[in-house]
Design a protein around this ligand. Structure first.
Ligand SMILES: [Zn+2]
Ligand SMILES: [Zn+2]
Length: 389
């Protein structure tokens, strides 16, 4: 079963929604116009609409008799990136753009909701979840904390992201970890400032911080199982204001990525051990902060098989890649997957030529794949909630 014919008929509408959203990008928790557009569309399809979770979040509910419930999630937010494209639907909001394709994700889920509300070839309940603030601010976490799955109980929850570099309309599915965790850390080294010509009167926090940066390079290379994956990057070094003063304080900041909570624990402990140990060695004092922003995105096995089956029904077996290399990027759909089993899959956006890569100012969602993604959602529902089941 390739693209569903009825959904193919919505291609022009989905393209119009997608381009309208692209021209009017809104960032974390400020997706008011987007949220209104989503709610109005859903209402026009006859879908029951609930608003206000995480502020701008929208959940549409489509019921057909008694049966299990499924959650389908799209994200609505844009990024703080000035758009480099000059086509007709380029961003009208200065400094903001849909550079991650969430405009396309929203349009595909709207297309699927319209089809499901019209045809109802399933038995049970479908909740279409439109979340704010996927980028940086964890809108998915806020929806979960505000009772998403208590108000809208589901047996499984599914997510999809477009993937430049994967051929247009192909899918990639992977059981287990597919995206990494996103943690941040800060190390504050407090020494004693002095005249730079009299270093013996100082405890130089810059020298200590430099030692710490060097020693942190051993965390992944020397203290981790080589078959596990992690990234530890120091991304900020702040100290001093002038030529001839040894400052009091140096601050290091950075990020950690991993796929396993045990690895996050291990890296956090190593950062603390190294920072404190080196501060003590040099007679400085140390304060560390480690913050877990997004957990790893971990797909459950059974639901990933269901996702793979639906993807193959739409795109064909030979266009579904199994077990792609996971990404060290992160995704706040992980918060939903911590609460319910489910699967997050990638939909090919094409080769990514000319800067058409995620978070690039030249990116644009590929409208050709809109009916493929919407057909995936619809097929997944019809297969997971069969009418004769
Ligand atoms: Zn993004
Ligand atoms: Zn994204």
């Amino acid at each position: 079963m390739p693209i569903i014919n009825r959904i193919a008929e919505f291609h022009a509408d989905m393209t119009a929604w997608r381009r309208d959203l692209h021209a009017h990008p809104e960032t974390a928790f400020e997706e008011h116009r987007t949220s209104d557009l989503v709610a109005e569309c859903l209402e026009s399809f006859g879908v029951e609409v609930h608003r206000g979770l995480a502020g701008t979040g929208v959940v549409g509910t489509i019921r057909n008799g008694e049966g299990p419930a499924i959650g389908l999630r799209a994200d609505m937010d844009a990024l703080h990136i000035p758009e480099a494209n000059t086509f007709g639907h380029a961003s009208k909001h200065e400094g903001k753009m849909h550079a991650c394709g969430h405009d396309g994700h929203t349009a595909m889920l709207l297309g699927a909701a319209r089809y499901l509300a019209e045809t109802k070839r399933f038995k049970g309940t479908v909740h279409v979840i439109f979340q704010p603030a996927e980028e940086n601010e964890g809108g998915g976490r806020v929806m979960v904390e505000e009772g998403l799955f208590k108000t809208f109980p589901v047996q499984g929850v599914y997510g999809m992201h477009n993937w430049p570099g994967l051929p247009a309309g192909h899918f990639a599915v992977r059981s287990g970890p597919i995206m990494a965790s996103y943690d941040v850390f800060e190390i504050t080294v407090t020494g004693r400032g002095s005249h730079a010509a009299m270093p013996h009167q100082a405890v130089d926090p810059i020298v200590v911080a430099a030692d710490i940066v060097g020693a942190l390079q051993t965390v992944v290379s020397r203290s981790m199982d080589p078959l596990e994956s992690a990234v530890l990057s120091v991304t900020q070094v702040h100290a001093g204001d002038t030529w001839n003063v040894i400052p009091d304080v140096a601050v290091l900041r950075g990020t950690v990525r991993a796929f396993q909570p045990a690895v996050q624990d291990q890296v956090e402990a190593a950062i603390n051990r190294i920072a404190r140990g080196l501060c003590q060695t040099h007679g400085a004092t140390c304060a560390t902060r480690y913050e877990r922003r997004y957990p790893p995105t971990i797909n459950s096995a059974a639901e990933t098989e269901l996702a793979a089956r639906a993807a193959a029904a739409v795109a064909g077996m030979d266009r579904v890649e199994h077990r792609p290399t996971p990404s060290m990027g992160s995704e706040d759909f992980s918060f939903m997957l911590r609460e319910r089993p489910g699967s997050y899959i990638w939909l090919g956006n094409g080769p990514g030529q000319g800067g058409c890569m995620l978070h690039n100012p030249g990116y644009d969602f590929n409208d050709e794949v809109l009916p493929v993604g919407a057909s995936y959602w619809a097929t997944l529902v019809e297969q997971v909630l069969p009418q004769d089941g």
